[in-house]
Design a protein around this ligand. Structure first.
Ligand code: HGY
Ligand code: MN
Ligand code: MN
Length: 415
């Protein structure tokens, strides 16, 4: 039996599950705050496991807490097709970032069960720990350990703003699994994700066939000056770390614009010490986020930053440390998997276009160890990492149907 265009997922069930998950870790403006390894994350994981149990899956958890819900294939020795994303959110996150990819994978299993369809390869729905990298930097840390980029010990040592360690929090919420991270071998991996940018909506396209992912470089900068009184310290005597951060913020913007139109740069995280209204900041710590589809441009942005920031700190009399706290090279996804996504969109009659992912995803690391591709759907105004993030049920359904066809075709239906 081959896959045909009338094979569709249950869109209402998918949407209901997304709305049910959204009730866990609510934000303050209609989105979500379900940060990794918090009690809210644990609650979301428990709901996901309950649904996977109900769908007849067997659940495995690795030592980074990544969850693997397996639907058996007819050939137990065949490498599984993995499909998933992440359930953790930003502190002011939306309801769909990551969640659509995990629950879209679950919907595939539910629909195969309803249609009593068997596949040769098992299918494994996956929830990667800490994709967002907000509470514990860097982003995509669990898929990074899975792909051999980071060691388990290094990942466990990551600390949040309160000095809590990732490894300890994993144990506290009960998701420090016994599986070796990365021991699982994959026939292929597919990830469905909202675009988190404006292209698909602006062009009226239902589906993004993601051929590449742009590269990322996170540089954490620490500036040290001298705390002193904001009232009685004459301007020429000040060694103001806050001023240094402000000038470097402007520099980051200028550097990104020097590589328009594809380069992006911003500072999203900053800490000011001692953060008192009447003390000149003696120290600032902030993270620069540079991205571009070409590795050499990212390298040039870092070179410009180091040179320009040194001039700024010398002028003010600050000292500076720069540490790379995250990053990955631009990614080219697997051609056969990308073709399966494109064929699915064509078979189902959805408008589509090739796309380079602006955001990082677990698929970017998994692409190092298994044939990987992504499916994207539009999001309203291209907005994400904002509680107002929104998609339509139709977009969710279209993306999940394309994912369904790509996964099931790759897993090979058995008559
Ligand atoms: O940073 C990223 O691109 C992803 O959303 N974690
Ligand atoms: Mn995401
Ligand atoms: Mn995100």
């Amino acid at each position: 039996m081959s896959i045909t265009s009338n094979m569709k997922i249950n869109s209402d069930r998918l949407w209901d599950s997304i709305m049910e998950m959204a009730k866990i870790g609510p934000g303050v403006a209609g989105g979500n705050n379900r940060q990794t390894l918090t009690d809210e994350d644990a609650e979301g994981r428990a709901l996901f496991k309950k649904w996977c149990d109900e769908a007849g899956c067997t659940m495995g958890v690795d030592a980074m807490g990544t969850m693997f819900a397996r639907r058996e294939g007819t050939d137990p020795d065949a490498l599984p097709v993995y499909v998933g994303s992440h359930l953790d959110t930003q502190p002011t996150g939306g309801k769909y970032d990551g969640v659509l990819g995990v629950l879209g994978g679950l919907e595939i299993v539910r629909q195969l069960n309803d249609m009593n369809i068997k596949t040769k390869h098992p299918i494994v729905v996956t929830n990667f720990t800490n994709e967002e990298g907000t509470r514990f930097a860097p982003a995509m840390v669990a898929s990074g350990v899975f792909a051999g980029i980071h060691t388990l010990d290094w990942a466990y040592s990551r600390e949040d703003a309160d000095g809590l360690k990732l490894g300890d929090e994993l144990k506290r919420v009960g998701y420090c699994g016994d599986e070796e991270v990365g021991a699982r071998k994959m026939h292929a991996f597919f990830e469905l994700h909202i675009e988190q940018g404006p292209i698909l909506e602006n062009e009226g396209k239902d589906i993004g066939v993601v051929t590449h992912g742009q590269g990322l470089n996170w540089l954490q900068v620490t500036l040290t000056g001298r705390e002193s009184h904001t009232g009685s310290t004459p301007m020429p005597m000040r060694i103001n770390a806050g001023l240094g951060m402000a000038r470097i913020t402007e520099l980051v913007n200028t550097i990104a614009l020097s590589h328009a139109p594809n380069a992006v740069g911003a500072i999203g995280h900053c800490d000011v010490y001692p953060n008192s209204r009447n003390i000149i900041p003696g120290k600032t710590v902030f993270t620069i986020d540079f991205r571009h589809p070409q590795k050499e441009i990212i390298a040039d942005m870092e070179k410009q930053l180091r040179e320009g920031a040194q001039k700024i700190v010398d002028d003010i009399g600050l000292t500076m440390e720069i540490e790379q706290v995250g990053g990955f090279d631009p990614v080219e996804f697997d051609k056969d998997c990308v073709d399966a996504v494109r064929r699915a969109a064509e078979r189902l009659g959805f408008s589509h276009r090739d796309l380079v992912s602006g955001a990082g995803h677990d698929a970017c690391w998994i692409n190092r160890v298994a044939p990987t591709a992504m499916v994207m759907c539009p999001c309203v105004d291209g907005l994400s990492h904002n509680e107002a993030e929104e998609i339509s049920p139709e977009w969710a359904s279209a993306g999940t149907n394309v994912l369904f066809h790509a996964v099931v075709e790759t897993a090979e239906i058995v008559d």
